[in-house]
Design a protein around this ligand. Sequence first.
Ligand SMILES: *Cc1c(COP(=O)(O)O)cnc(C)c1O
Length: 301
Amino acid sequence: MDILIPTLPSPIQLLTDEVILKAGIKLYLKRDDLIHPDVSGNKWRKLKYSLKEAKNLGKKTILTFGGAYSNHLYATAAAGNALGFKTIGVVRGEDASVRLSPTLAYCQEQNMHLHFVSRQEYRNRHDEQYLREISMQFDNPYMIPEGGTAALALKGVGEMTAEVEMHLGIKPAYYATAAGTGGTAAGILSTGNNVLGFAALKGGDFLKGDIETLLQGHVGLGNLQLMTEYHFGGYAKWTPELLAFMSEFYVKHGVQLEQVYTAKMLYGIYDLMDKSFFKPGDVVVAVHTGGLQGLLPQARL
Ligand SMILES: *Cc1c(COP(=O)(O)O)cnc(C)c1O
């Protein structure tokens, strides 16, 4: 991954405003959005060791899964291209092939082969038999699960908390992260740190079980609190209120958020501060997981 020239350790920024002062907490933003322009944030962290393993195994091709707006497909296409892998994206929904989303158009420019499957077939993406079949169809590629959320992703995410601890000299009371597949939350928990996970999708309670599965065999885990009420209508859905929050946040802190993940998490943190969820003195580290390639054009500040 070195030829991708990451900015590491990523910066950590102390946020201050009247809400934070009133809550009496210290709120930091871990700027993983600045790691790399195309392989951003948690996708860089999650892919690092999978791509290393693929290389060590002598694999020439990476195959992975995602939807038409997947930051993970985008990151894999960019990283794969830079590192000399062929990449195959198994894309949810044949309709996605009719008019390529900007994300998929970029993937194609990065030489990713897009393989469109029905939503029904896509549901098999974790099924071993299905994975064997698709592996044979594509000549035995290195397979990375949806979202980059492989067992090896946890190790990469763990390096993020190590950077934070090196910088702050303490374990914070909480890390806050947006959650899609839960891989990032699981990685943080695996280091013994507590996580406030903000589900970016509706009905996010299933994430608890998925995160537990990812953490099987790990010991000394942190505590997970999953927030499922900040989805703003569902995955990739947004409201004018969310965009207004993003713009207010930008004016106060000079940081661009995006509407799919990071804005929902920070909106949730501000709501929790209003509701006195935190104890005065708590140190909270919110992870800016990146994803700005998927920013709505009208929300760019
Ligand atoms: C993919 C993504 C997430 C979700 O991460 P999981 O590990 O799948 O929970 C959060 N934020 C951004 C910006 C992402 O691209």
